[in-house]
Design a protein around this ligand. Structure first.
Ligand SMILES: [Ca+2]
Ligand SMILES: [Ca+2]
Ligand SMILES: [Ca+2]
Length: 405
């Protein structure tokens, strides 16, 4: 197809008195930026910008994908049916292009300007449609799945010819056209860097009720005077302090890029500690951090309570190879029995906390009482979790604080 067009272009230089009809090609995509795994829809659009003519007769171009592997064949735009085999003439692999090395070679096709019918050859056999690309038209569409790098989709090696003006019916004569390749690429920026989304959670197993979590609000700081139930700093109130902590990422992570030393819990009054082990779930989006018993001090006698900042290093990577960004830390108060972190009781376990627990004695956890009130979560003999006098007595005998100013 390309060689025939080149011959026609040479002839046109001699025979046409006006500027060559020009097919202006532009590229469009539905994303400016995209994260790993996002599906990009893109269009190759064309418009004839030099008159006179009766519309596009034939076009073709190679589509490439920058540093990415070659994409799948394109689909003809809605108005291009007369260019598609068998109505029109295309390369053997069709209108959507032929994979050739790093490009889709010769996306496009031509109309049946030679007036062929099926009695002569199996194709092209369609009727010529006039006026194609007189206004901008979608020549072809495609999709591509985004990776971690910027994606540039471009058209090159474009060729075109047009239906000559002042004719009609059956066999059409064509004029060579030229392609305007000034604006023939679109770049989709690699976006959505890996970030921690939502809250962090601290887990304990409450008798036969099973594992229950306390939420650590990711944006809370200090000894908030806002109760943790309404967005204040999260507190691990339960026996044994923080031992199992989770956070969730917005995309799959490279678990091999995580080491226990990439996660650090620093107290106001206690030196940094690392988890004893870490693990990812099957999606590689949820990280579990396990701290050794006693590693994070919580005010259980004889320890002193503390407010910790737990941070994940920005050197850990997404599965696509991008560094962790955004809010990488959480503040968590480790304070046995501090179930009421408000007003004069903020940052300490005192009579207010003890009274709060006392008023819930007999409540099932979590149906009536939140996990934070079941501070002595062990149930002996095994049974469902409940707030009892044991919880009350434990908090009463472990009053503490205030912690960090
Ligand atoms: Ca934070
Ligand atoms: Ca308190
Ligand atoms: Ca209990």
């Amino acid at each position: 197809m390309r060689k025939l067009v080149c011959v026609a272009v040479l002839a046109a230089v001699v025979t046409t008195a006006y500027a060559d009809p020009t097919l202006k090609i532009t590229m469009w995509a539905d994303h400016d930026t995209a994260g790993v795994g996002d599906v990009i829809s893109y269009e190759v659009r064309g418009e004839l910008t030099v008159e006179p003519n009766l519309g596009l007769a034939l076009w073709g171009g190679d589509v490439s994908f920058g540093t990415y592997p070659v994409g799948a064949a394109l689909t003809a735009g809605a108005g291009m049916a007369s260019f598609v085999k068998d109505a029109g003439l295309t390369n053997p692999d069709g209108y959507g292009g032929t994979v050739s090395g790093a490009v889709l070679l010769q996306v496009g096709g031509g109309q049946n300007t030679i007036g062929n019918d099926i009695g002569n050859a199996p194709y092209p056999i369609g009727a010529v449609v006039e006026g194609i690309a007189a206004a901008e038209i979608v020549l072809a569409t495609g999709t591509y799945t985004m990776g971690a790098d910027d994606l540039t989709i471009a058209v090159s090696e474009c060729f075109a010819n047009v239906l000559e003006a002042d004719q009609g019916g059956g066999v059409y004569s064509v004029l060579p056209g030229v392609c305007d390749l000034v604006d023939v690429s679109v770049t989709i920026g690699a976006g959505a860097p890996p970030e921690i989304v939502g809250s962090w959670y601290s887990y304990k197993t409450h008798g036969t009720t099973g594992e229950l979590s306390i939420e650590f609000n990711q944006t809370a700081t200090g000894n908030s005077t806002t109760p943790m139930d309404t967005g204040g700093a999260g507190i691990e109130t339960r026996r044994g302090s923080i031992t199992k902590l989770t956070c969730t990422f917005n995309q799959a992570m490279d678990d091999t890029s995580f080491a226990v030393t990439d996660i650090e819990a620093v107290g106001c009054a206690h030196a940094a500690v690392n988890p004893s082990s870490i693990a990812f779930d099957a999606t590689k989006m949820v990280l579990t951090m396990n701290f050794a018993a006693g590693a994070i001090a919580n005010g259980e006698a004889p320890s002193t309570p503390d407010r910790y900042t737990i941070t994940i290093a920005d050197t850990v990577l997404s599965a696509a190879g991008a560094n962790l960004a955004g809010d990488r830390d959480v503040q968590a108060i480790a304070q046995y029995g501090n179930v009421f972190n408000f007003g004069a009781s903020a940052g300490r376990t005192n009579s207010t906390d003890v009274n709060q627990i006392s008023s819930r004695i007999g409540y099932l956890v979590p149906s009536q009482a939140a996990p934070k009130y079941d501070i002595f979560y062990l149930v002996i003999p095994p049974g469902p979790a409940k707030v009892t006098t044991t919880d009350y007595n434990q908090a009463s005998s472990n009053q503490s604080g205030p912690i960090c100013p």
